[in-house]
Design a protein around this ligand. Structure first.
Ligand code: ADP
Length: 530
């Protein structure tokens, strides 16, 4: 067989030739919609590449983006690698100092930034490494003097453009992990890893996308490449609907009704908040029919999967991490389980799912040995494969992160059953160990969120003189609903042994969110671990 390097440029070329009429819809800051065709995307991504080369970009240079989800960000996804550069997505929800630290660590040379994010950029400007700042006029206002206007930059690009020669292992993108423990760490994706991940993820049992699909990525393009979905849509010509900066449930629902995406993706917290609207004001808010939703990045409560099914949407649950490109497991129903009753189906959908191909997954116990796939024993999840990172950018290899035989230690704790379904019970750093036994915070949160009065719940470990640690549920009640600690304890007794039941609950206004929209247990521990 011929040895042709796997390449993102091939996907871009296909998109231009085969899917010129596919549409990209972007919601602008004023909530109006901009419409582009893949033909525009193809032309503009190549113009961006040509302009970057003319501006002096050298192979391997990092080009940072500080952008919401929209068509120009998609142009960066393909245009920067086409020029031989590495797209580095910066997380706009981080503090300015943290963004500056990350940009310096990555040694970013150029920056593409949304005009509406310039106030954030101004805060980090003094510490930033960028040689040139290219402003995307997202709000359609004139770009302030002193900056390069993205549109003018593209318009002035030399017409003659050649893709930068590359090997398939050359880098195309990088993304820093959120750094809940210690400094953020950079993960670098290659042409090869990205193409293989995209092929894998588009499979029918995974995302199952085709050219006729319409996809709305709510997951930020700055977080784990929006789970790789933008690459998936470009590969097969699926229509993209980008929500821009408008991520409130009302805005998302309005966009869903206007543009009718069939596949939407995002972390559970977004859908929990939307569910609250759907349930509290059914006469005003409803879902468009026939949507599939990819939900992951944090535990997905079974109660939420059931609730969305009642509203006519099918949730597909996935587990992964930035280091894994990011998809590791997806919860589709294997053929031998198709006849399972409704309860068993929902139980399966609430599991993280089945490991994807081109990746090996094992569960390792405390003694360091691999555990059987019996659905009972829990241990650390370890992975290796074609789209799993082998190291962090310019960080010495750390045995806490990689095993001696080259597997990535995910820091997640789970069991695998005989059918191959992964069930995440915790993160190592969130574990509750009481009297020498583990209590699953994820299981407890799931059961609490199945209670009719509970909107959200996060369970943390608090120190205890007698037992070492005890679980402490931090609970947000639904507006207008009541439940006492005793009520919740009685509810938990349906799924937990007596010794596991918490003796204390905290009722709070809201659960703090991380920069990627997940429950931020560190903040709860700081507040309540005393
Ligand atoms: P961070 O959460 O630190 O920003 P990532 O976005 O890479 O970093 O998230 C990876 C982590 O998110 C995983 O290691 C795991 O703990 C958690 N996670 C992702 N998907 C799921 C899921 N479906 N169920 C439970 N936890 C999940």
């Amino acid at each position: 067989m011929q040895r042709v390097p796997l390449s993102l440029n091939h996907l871009l070329e296909r998109a231009g030739r085969l899917y010129a009429e596919s549409e990209i819809v972007s919601r602008l800051p004023d909530k109006s919609l901009a419409r582009h065709r893949f033909a525009d995307f193809y032309r503009r991504a190549r113009q961006l590449a040509s302009a970057l080369q003319a501006a002096g970009l050298r192979k391997g240079d990092r080009v940072a983006t500080l952008c919401w989800n929209h068509h120009a960000h998609l142009e960066c996804y393909f245009g920067i690698p086409a020029a031989g550069g590495v797209m580095h997505t910066l997380n706009l929800r981080l503090a300015a100092e943290e963004i500056a630290w990350i940009a310096n660590h990555a040694r970013d040379r150029f920056l593409v930034v949304d005009d509406i994010l310039l106030p954030l950029y101004e805060q980090l400007r003094a510490q930033a490494p960028f040689e040139r700042v290219i402003v995307f006029p997202f709000s359609r206002a004139a770009v302030a003097p002193g900056y390069t206007d993205y549109e003018a930059f593209l318009a002035a690009a030399p017409a003659q453009f050649e893709y930068a020669p590359h090997e398939e292992d050359d880098p195309v993108a990088m993304c820093y992990t959120s750094g809940t423990t210690g400094r953020p760490k950079g993960v670098v994706y290659s042409h090869r890893s990205t193409v293989l991940h995209t092929l894998m993820a588009n499979q029918p049992d995974h995302w199952g996308l085709g050219a006729g699909d319409s996809v709305m990525p709510v997951t930020p393009m700055f977080h784990a490449n929006s789970w790789g979905v933008p690459y998936g849509c470009v590969m097969i010509g699926a229509r993209l609907v980008f929500p821009g900066p408008h991520l409130h449930p009302e805005d998302l629902l309005a966009l869903m009704h206007a543009e009718r995406p069939k596949f939407v993706l995002g972390v559970p917290t977004i859908w929990l908040t939307m569910l609250q609207l759907l349930e509290s004001q059914p006469e005003k808010y409803r879902l468009p029919p026939g949507m599939r939703m990819l939900v992951g990045g944090a535990p997905v409560p079974e109660a939420m999967i059931r609730a969305y099914a009642r509203h006519g949407a099918e949730i597909r649950h996935g587990w992964g991490m930035t280091e894994m490109s990011p998809v590791g497991t997806i919860s589709y129903l294997k053929p031998e389980l198709q006849d399972a009753g409704e309860d068993e189906r929902f139980r399966r959908f609430a599991m993280a799912g089945v490991p994807v191909p081109l990746m090996d997954l094992r569960i390792v116990g405390e003694a360091g040995t691999e555990l059987p796939w019996d659905g009972k024993q829990v241990g650390e999840v370890q992975v290796r494969g074609a789209f799993i990172t082998g190291s962090y950018h310019e960080v010495p290899q750390d045995p806490d992160k990689f095993t001696a035989d080259g597997w990535l230690r995910t820091g997640d704790v789970a069991s695998l059953d005989a059918h191959g379904y992964l069930r995440i019970t915790d993160r190592t750093k969130d574990l509750v160990k009481s009297g020498g036994e583990w209590i699953s915070s994820v299981d407890m949160e799931n059961l609490l969120m199945a209670h009719a009065a509970v909107l959200e719940a996060a369970v943390i470990a608090v120190p205890d003189a007698k037992w070492g640690e005890r679980p402490l549920p931090c609970v947000v009640l639904k507006p207008g609903k009541n439940a006492t600690a005793e009520d919740l304890c009685a509810h938990l007794a349906k799924g937990f042994a007596k010794w596991q039941l918490p003796e204390r609950f905290e009722f709070i206004e809201a659960i703090p969110r991380t920069s990627t929209g997940k429950f931020w247990k560190v903040k709860l521990r700081e507040r309540f671990s005393r």
